[in-house]
Design a protein around this ligand. Structure first.
Ligand code: NAI
Length: 274
């Protein structure tokens, strides 16, 4: 039997990419899915796709960087539907460029969404789950949560924090009957590069030079995540790329240096073309 049947699941950032694929996968698995996103229309479309396939879903507006909105989303959903089994803290953004070109607002926005968004979700859902005696929080970090990625420094900072937060809480939460997992996908074909902020590089120039590493389709990514969640895996690495770079960095960080140097050099070329 599918482990998600009749479960209540919230997916933040559910209007696009990995969140959308997770929401659809959960809906197909029989869960009641709350598709939460600041893209109201996108969330409604995803909820409609799920219901059109015979599943159950509701779209809810949320800006994860606002604690009151996240608290309301979680408490209201748990009350309305009689509990909360899964919270996927997935909403995220990226700012790409050199730290020298970053303004305070870039740091703030990245931390507000990628880190505070996860903290707000976790802080609101964890007590509800402890009270119930069950529940699973799944935080979407990144391979950049395991391995530093230059030119995505603020992103790297938030994703390392999300990995640390998740793994520390996983130990605490197990004592209270609650599960916590963290996902480090690798590169997935989503909208994130199209909506990212680029510093001193034109978006179209950056997009024309995306890394040639093999990317994964979000549906496949969601299938791997949901299967691993069902097995309560702690760190969920999705793509071979995520396995390889985290392994290389772990055995000897300097093994990453040629890749880093290449990325920095290519970025300077992009800057000169912009
Ligand atoms: P995406 O851009 O396709 O989807 C992100 C969704 O989050 C969008 O629907 C957007 O409206 C929503 N969102 C952004 N800010 C929000 C806010 N403040 N409140 C509520 N919703 C907000 O991106 P993707 O790739 O699906 O990203 C999902 C997560 O996966 C992010 O946390 C990202 O960092 C992570 N990730 C993505 C990878 C990739 O290669 N695509 C790789 C590793 C991690």
């Amino acid at each position: 039997m599918n482990p998600f049947v009749d479960k209540i699941a919230i997916v933040t950032g559910g209007a696009s990419g990995i969140g959308q694929a997770l929401a659809v996968g959960l809906g197909q698995g029989g869960a009641l899915v709350i598709v939460a996103d600041m893209n109201r229309k996108g969330a409604q479309q995803v909820a409609a796709t799920i219901t059109a396939k015979g599943g159950r879903a509701h779209a809810v507006y949320v800006n994860v960087s606002k604690s009151a909105q996240v608290e309301h989303l979680i408490h209201d959903s748990a009350k309305k539907y009689g509990g909360l089994h899964y919270l996927f803290n997935n909403a995220g953004i990226a700012v790409m460029g050199e730290v020298l070109d970053m303004k305070r607002a870039h740091w703030q926005h990245t931390l507000d969404v990628n880190l505070w968004g996860v903290i707000h979700g976790t802080a609101a859902a964890y007590p509800v789950m402890v009270e119930q005696g069950f529940g699973h929080i799944i935080n979407i970090a990144s391979a950049a949560g395991l391995v530093p990625v230059p030119l995505l420094t603020a992103y790297t900072a938030t994703k390392h924090a999300v990995v640390g937060l998740s793994l520390a809480l996983r130990v605490e939460a197990a004592e209270r009957g609650v599960k916590v997992s963290v996902v480090c996908p690798g590169i997935i074909r989503t909208n994130i590069p199209n909506v990212a902020t680029y510093l001193k590089v034109k978006r179209e120039v950056a997009l024309s030079q995306l890394p040639s590493i093999r990317t994964m389709d979000p549906d496949k990514c969601a299938r791997v995540i949901l299967r691993s969640v069902a097995h309560n895996k702690g760190i969920i690495k999705v793509t071979p790329f995520a396995y390889i770079i985290s392994w290389l960095y772990r055995i000897h960080p300097a093994l990453m240096n040629p890749w880093y140097r290449k990325a920095l050099k290519e970025f300077q070329i992009l800057k000169s073309k912009s």
